[in-house]
Design a protein around this ligand. Structure first.
Ligand code: SF4
Length: 264
């Protein structure tokens, strides 16, 4: 193939293209829009958001437990860049003061401490080595002593740790209706695993058990007494029946003798 051939072929193709194009229907020219449609007006819609002063920011920060710059963790967990940014958002009504993760966590922890301290039942939390890591006032009262005496102490110093060991091993909850503690207290116990810890709840049922035992004793004594009375009654009844039998036999003999006498 020579160079001339390529050019003549290209020319032929172009001629063909122009011929076809000239025969094809030409598109309608686009209508031009009137000038009034070709512009738009914009109004300034600037947001004049209120800006809190320093005192207002401090007040808002205090609502989530931030009283000094050290309390401002600026962790960004609330979605704002800093605690102060969030305080501004609160001021503008875009956020709630309590929307602070560290604050909520601290609050939840202090709430659980409140509950633990107010609980009427004893609570003991031990670690994997069965060392006491937490004990509430009710449990301290049950075992007698001060909190400092128990924290860090081995569980077996105050009670039989078998159930706690079982819970650690089997990782499941155990319930005991009557567990005897070293100080003669009788407790209903609920022991369950919590991550790497074991939690024991002790409900003092000593009074309930004593009353139950007394009731059982009263019942037993009543039954014994009733059996004794029945036995005595039976003896008396048998004696009366014996006497009645004898007198009846005597009466019968006498009457027979009287009948015979009358017949004769
Ligand atoms: S979550 Fe709380 S501590 Fe963290 S930046 Fe927000 S307000 Fe500050």
């Amino acid at each position: 193939v020579t160079k001339t051939d390529i050019y003549s072929k290209k020319q032929k193709l172009l001629d063909f293209y122009h011929r076809i194009r000239s025969q094809a229907p030409q598109p309608e020219p686009e209508p031009s829009l009137p000038a009034e449609y070709l512009h738009r007006e914009f109004k300034a819609r600037e947001l004049n958001l209120p800006v809190p002063d320093e005192e207002q920011i401090r007040e808002i920060l205090a609502q989530s437990g931030k009283f000094s710059p050290e309390d401002e963790l600026n962790c960004g967990a609330c979605g704002y860049g800093s605690c102060r940014e969030k305080a501004v958002a609160v001021f503008r009504g875009h956020a709630e003061p309590q929307m602070c993760i560290p604050y909520m966590r601290k609050r939840a922890e202090s709430m659980s401490n409140l509950v633990l301290n107010a609980m009427p039942n004893g609570v003991i939390i031990a670690d994997e080595e069965l060392v006491i890591v937490e004990i509430n006032p009710a449990a301290i009262k049950m075992f007698g002593g001060k909190q400092s005496k128990f924290i860090g102490e081995k569980l077996n110093a105050i009670m039989e740790p078998t159930e706690f060991q079982r819970v650690l091993k089997e990782k499941r909850m155990l319930k005991t209706d009557a567990g005897y503690l070293k100080n003669n207290l009788i407790t209903r116990q609920i022991i369950f695993p919590l991550e790497n810890l074991v939690v024991g709840i002790f409900i003092d049922v000593t009074k309930e058990f004593t009353q139950q035992n007394e009731l059982v004793q009263v019942k037993t004594q009543t039954i014994e007494r009733a059996e004794e009375v029945i036995k005595k009654q039976m003896t008396v009844a048998q004696e009366i029946a014996g006497i009645l039998g004898e007198t009846t036999a005597e009466t019968k003999t006498l009457l027979n003798q009287l009948i015979k006498l009358m017949q004769n």
